[in-house]
Design a protein around this ligand. Structure first.
Ligand code: HEC
Ligand code: HEC
Length: 280
């Protein structure tokens, strides 16, 4: 009796393996599920606490589920990768690009690139592949005045993001500095990137009301506050070509005689970004 059961089970296993191996397309277990992917992008910390190092979600910055033209839209993103990027200094896959935002913008730990969660998130970004890229937004490339920015922040931002930048979960407003905010290695920790985002998207309920100078001042104030470190950041832009607003010194830029940026206050990292590839 027992022997026969084992035999049946073995046959069943062989049959399932054969059907998996022969079926087209790939088994559902491996296909990305866009709906689950969107849920992860919108609730990253709750869904993947081991991989999150702050209180942000992907859509804290990629507003309106990654569809807002002025907030790093994912329209057409899937079609742009693999793509050479100067920050890592090599051609990146889309999975690797997502992991960069996990390690830096979420101050988190990278995900396995062939795992189900990554596939699900990529499946959602894939649904936006055929949509046209929005026109580039007017970049705010001004020097900010910290003292004016402090006043501006208090008047325009603190009611949602808190006087200490800590955010307000009741309003769904995330931290803009401190331990629950993005790490120093994030694009949003750059003066021009933050000022441009703020100019076009904040205050959330009155977007497009700040002048470029007001946005630059507020960005300068926010970026003077402490945030989590990003270990290995000195290896960024290995060809020595960092943008002018990068917030930290890199080995290659220093060797090329580029000016060393003003030092920013840093907090110890909550979660290690992890070394998932030898190139990290
Ligand atoms: C703190 C803000 C912030 C958060 C949070 C964030 N990102 Fe980003 N993301 C950015 C910025 C800034 C860029 C750079 C845009 C650019 O290059 O102009 C970017 C770029 C990207 C790109 C490249 C888009 C393209 O068209 O090349 C992808 C993909 C991406 N992010 C995915 C994610 C995912 C997935 C998450 C969550 C796991 C996430 N991001 C969380 C700020 C953020
Ligand atoms: C009415 C409330 C509100 C006001 C006022 C407001 N924000 Fe936001 N902000 C939000 C919300 C909510 C999000 C996240 C959006 C989401 O998750 O869909 C956000 C996201 C952000 C982000 C990206 C995520 C992060 O935490 O860094 C930045 C930066 C930001 N706001 C800066 C500002 C600045 C600067 C001001 C003042 C000029 C401001 N905000 C005013 C509600 C507000």
């Amino acid at each position: 009796m027992h022997g026969r059961t084992t035999f049946r089970v073995t046959l069943w296993v062989i049959a399932s393996l054969l059907s998996v191996a022969c079926s087209e397309p790939a088994p559902a277990r491996h296909a990305g599920d866009a709906e689950r992917g969107l849920a992860l992008l919108q609730a990253f910390r709750d869904s993947l606490p081991q991989h999150s190092g702050n209180a942000l979600r992907c859509t804290s910055c990629h507003l309106d589920k990654g569809t807002r033209a002025t907030a790093m839209s994912w329209h057409g993103t899937a079609a742009r990768y693999p793509r050479y990027r100067a920050r890592p200094g090599y051609e990146e896959t889309l999975a690797r690009r997502v992991n960069e935002c996990i390690a830096r913008s979420l101050a988190g730990r990278m995900l396995p690139e062939d795992g189900q969660e990554m596939r699900d998130m990529l499946a959602y970004i894939e649904t936006l592949r055929a949509l046209p890229r929005p026109p580039a937004v007017d970049s705010v490339r001004l020097v900010g005045v910290v003292a004016s920015g402090e006043v501006g922040y208090g008047g325009q931002c603190a009611r949602c993001h808190g006087v200490a930048g800590q955010g307000n979960p009741a309003l769904n407003a995330p931290a803009v500095w401190g331990i629950d905010s993005y790490a120093i290695g994030a694009g949003m920790a750059r003066q021009f990137t933050l000022a441009t985002f703020v100019r076009h998207n904040m205050p959330l309920d009155h977007a497009d009301t700040l002048t470029a100078q007001e946005a630059a001042d507020i960005a300068a104030f926010i970026l003077r506050q402490p945030r989590q470190d990003h270990p290995g950041k000195e290896r960024d832009w290995p060809k020595g070509d960092p943008p002018a607003d990068v917030a930290y010194a890199t080995t290659a830029a220093t060797a090329a005689g580029r000016p060393v940026p003003l030092e920013r206050p840093l907090l110890p990292r909550r979660v290690s970004p992890d070394s998932l590839t030898s190139r990290y």
